[in-house]
Write a protein that binds this ligand. Sequence first.
Ligand SMILES: Nc1nc2c(ncn2[C@@H]2O[C@H](COP(=O)(O)OP(=O)(O)OP(=O)(O)O)[C@@H](O)[C@H]2O)c(=O)[nH]1
Ligand SMILES: [Mg+2]
Ligand SMILES: [Zn+2]
Length: 335
Amino acid sequence: MRRYGKNPDEDDVRVRPNRKGNRPRTNIRPKHEDASEGLVLTVDRGRLTCLIEGRTVTAMKARELGRKSAVVGDRVAVVGDLTGAKDTLARIVRVEPRSSTLRRTADDDDPYERVVVANADQLAIVTALADPEPRPRLIDRCLVAAYDAGLDPLLVLTKSDLASADALLESYGALGVPYVVTNRDELADGTAADRVREKLTGRMTAFVGHSGVGKTTLVNALVPERRRATGHVNAVTGRGRHTTTSALALPLPGDSGWVIDTPGVRSFGLAHIDPSRVIHAFPDLEPGTDGCPRACSHDEPDCALDEWVADGHAEPARLYSLRRLLATRERREGD
Ligand SMILES: Nc1nc2c(ncn2[C@@H]2O[C@H](COP(=O)(O)OP(=O)(O)OP(=O)(O)O)[C@@H](O)[C@H]2O)c(=O)[nH]1
Ligand SMILES: [Mg+2]
Ligand SMILES: [Zn+2]
């Protein structure tokens, strides 16, 4: 089923000129009904690696797709040589409607949007407890992006062998975000992978976070037969080295879900965020916004949420957390 948003794709409404006496063609029905369905695993300089019936096939966008892009996690319709043999190149003729779109802008002042991944249903926000230092601002921003996109957030706190998780966990307690804490020893003996895996079963989870926090290390622990390179954290700057340069979707063993490793980000711009979608992730507060003035920022004197909390409908800590998250959109991101 196609779903039409505000901007139906040009493809869907185009009417072909009536040349050889054909009936005018509207493209409501998908073209290329013989196309095979593929899942985009990775994208590298215009070449997309797709999984089609168990084979990995390299493909490129067909011209008819125009500027519409396919990203990791997209379901696509592919035609042409689908053998996956060396030097073959298939064509992607359609990108299927997405169940979710995780976007970020490079910076709040740069409204250019990048789609990070499509069709994920969980966002693992990976933060090292030290080396590099945790930056709660980025966690908040990733949470907002997850709520906006309708993804369930999961906090993954790594390197607890270097620093305690207590302070961070306390400041996120009111949000009720599920979390896992991992460390070096547990990576070595497999317990880290086991505990993380429990949270990933049956889901498509995108791993995001600063460079050097250990995203790829974890993904390697989860999918050992597909080792990707991991990096070091620079002793002077405390930053990772952007070891991972492209997103890659990997199936968890036993068909039990997907993980998507992504390159480290320095920031997570939120220029595109719709606050009402963020509030949707706060079902205890959302009904309280009925009494708000139009286009309420929920952080102004007339906001009805203060009264909602004062009347005992929700915990004050929840409203505080919501406001902190919404405020991350306005603040510039110091990094
Ligand atoms: N002490 C400690 N080091 C860890 C842990 N997890 C990962 N590391 C180390 O952190 C460094 C960076 O790990 P990566 O997995 O490459 O980090 P990444 O998040 O994938 O980084 P980018 O690909 O650059 O975004 C490596 O040297 C890992 O060995 C941990 O739990 N404890
Ligand atoms: Mg990496
Ligand atoms: Zn309000």
